[in-house]
Design a protein around this ligand. Structure first.
Ligand code: UDP
Length: 455
């Protein structure tokens, strides 16, 4: 096991012989690919995160791809065309291309429709590669199970390793559903199991996620690598809270409990609202200073009733305290974090929870559910608080000190900024490049060292 500042890589103890690769180049720590195909079928790195299907994975791909390019690994991201005016190729950053693939109608398809378009998408990816000299891509890195299905075939066809990141897993989500939420279908579980079997490396956000990959899906240790995601420390950095509040129209002396992200049952923004109602019942004098902004848009099963949170705020009698704002770009979001007293994340499940890192990087403590990657992102009692369960009374108790004790907020905010500073995307990209090097040297998927081009 090799320790990195922010990652752990499990290595194969009985490695097959290193294969010669035309385009991989040697580095001090292993052979990195020269160019990779990154697959993001269901959502584009060009989409605005915080609503619909765009969230942490989009930010992850953008940041990782840029940093990999900085390390000399060219990245071409394949994503589905979702509008008629999109150019076939967009340069996202130097060394990073986004390739739009036509697979089904541009508009009107939801994520659940996409399994039927995977053949068309794969066709587009293979055609693109066929237009180049053989060996154009040294490796495939797929994101989410839908892309994994495409990556499985493309990697085998090209004779290159498949590295896969799940982002979320059906079995894990289904084990922690909000009341009344719709479970993920069995077809997704089957698809994920196939991808796990085919992948040479599976990148997990945390060692807990690596454990879930092996216990739920049978992943082997020689496939597993843990790389903590990062935070863009240039965008998300501490700043002037007063200026941020003035800009956002928030009162200077307010206690601001912020929710940021996709509005869906899994993220449990309703628990925050219910907790605020309990808190105000116990401490009515706090009403004057309390502001609860919800920044983001409906997503997933939350789309069925996009206004349900507004209705809930009204039913709870806190419509005057809660403010709804559509999703914003990353720099604007940094202003929201700076303006906040605390970020609140009552999620039922989170594979990591990037907003927790982003808020902390801006010097804001985070009150989060003790689920998924959040116990890694947040240090309980030091950079925020971790809450077990989803009882609004417990959440009200956890939030109260952040509303009433400015010295606690200041102390934890400073510690949060120091903690988040250890999670740069540069380190995440360097660790990911090492995983690539390991996959090139010692493939560990279904075909392992015996991988060969499908003809
Ligand atoms: N985000 C954003 N604008 C918004 C709300 C969220 O850009 O208005 C971004 C945020 O910066 C974060 C991502 O959306 O990087 C959400 O990631 P997270 O891992 O917290 O949740 P996910 O969407 O992956 O479930």
């Amino acid at each position: 096991m090799i320790q990195h500042p922010v990652s752990t890589v499990w290595r194969d103890r009985q490695s097959p012989p290193v294969r010669g690769r035309l385009h991989a180049f040697a580095t001090g720590r292993g052979r990195r690919p020269r160019r990779i195909a990154m697959l993001s079928v269901h959502t584009s790195p060009l989409h605005q995160p915080g609503t619909g299907d765009a969230g942490g994975m989009n930010v992850y791909i953008v940041e990782l791809a840029k940093r990999l390019a900085g390390l000399g690994v060219e990245v071409e991201v394949f994503t589905r065309t979702t509008a008629s005016d999109l150019p076939p190729i967009v340069e996202l950053a130097p060394g990073v291309l986004v390739r739009h693939v036509t697979a089904g109608p541009y508009e009107g398809l939801v994520k659940e429709d996409l399994p039927a378009q995977l053949c068309a998408f794969t066709h587009g990816v293979l055609r693109t590669e066929a237009g180049h000299r053989p060996g154009h891509y040294d490796l495939v890195h797929s994101h989410y199970w839908l892309s994994g299905q495409v990556g499985w075939l493309a990697a085998e066809r090209w004779g290159v390793p498949l590295v896969h990141t799940m982002h979320t897993m059906a079995k894990v989500k289904n084990a922690a559903l909000a009341q009344g939420d719709t479970p993920e279908p069995a077809a997704r579980v089957i698809g994920e199991t196939q991808v796990v079997e085919a992948a040479d490396r599976l990148i997990a956000n945390t060692s807990d996620e690596a454990g879930e990959l092996s216990s739920h899906y049978g992943a082997r240790t020689d496939q597993l690598a843990v790389v903590h995601p990062g935070v863009n420390l240039e965008v998300f950095r501490p700043g002037d809270q007063r200026a941020a509040r003035a800009r956002l129209g928030l009162p200077e002396g307010a206690a601001v409990l912020l929710f940021a992200g996709r509005i869906q049952p899994l993220k449990a923004p309703d628990v925050l609202l219910k907790a605020v109602a309990v808190l105000l019942e116990r401490r009515p004098e706090l009403r004057e200073k309390l502001v609860v902004p919800v920044v983001g848009g409906p997503s997933g099963t939350g789309l069925a009733e996009p206004k349900s949170l507004q209705k809930l705020a009204a039913q709870l009698g806190i419509g005057d305290v809660v403010r709804f704002h559509p999703p914003v770009g990353q720099s604007e979001l940094a202003q929201w974090y700076r303006a906040a007293t605390a970020l609140v994340m009552p999620s039922y499940s989170e594979s990591f929870g990037l907003v927790a890192l982003e808020a902390q990087a801006c010097g804001t403590p985070v009150v989060a559910a003790a689920v998924g990657g959040l116990p890694v992102a947040v240090r309980d009692g030091e950079t925020g608080a971790l809450v077990r369960g989803h009882d609004p009374g417990d959440w009200a108790r956890a939030l109260e000190p952040y509303v009433t004790r400015p010295e606690l907020v200041a102390r934890q905010g400073a510690a949060a900024a120091r903690h988040a500073a250890g999670f740069g995307w540069g380190a995440a990209a360097a660790s990911t490049a090492e995983v690539y090097a390991g996959a090139l040297a010692r493939p560990a998927g279904r075909l392992g060292g015996a991988r060969r081009r499908l003809v």
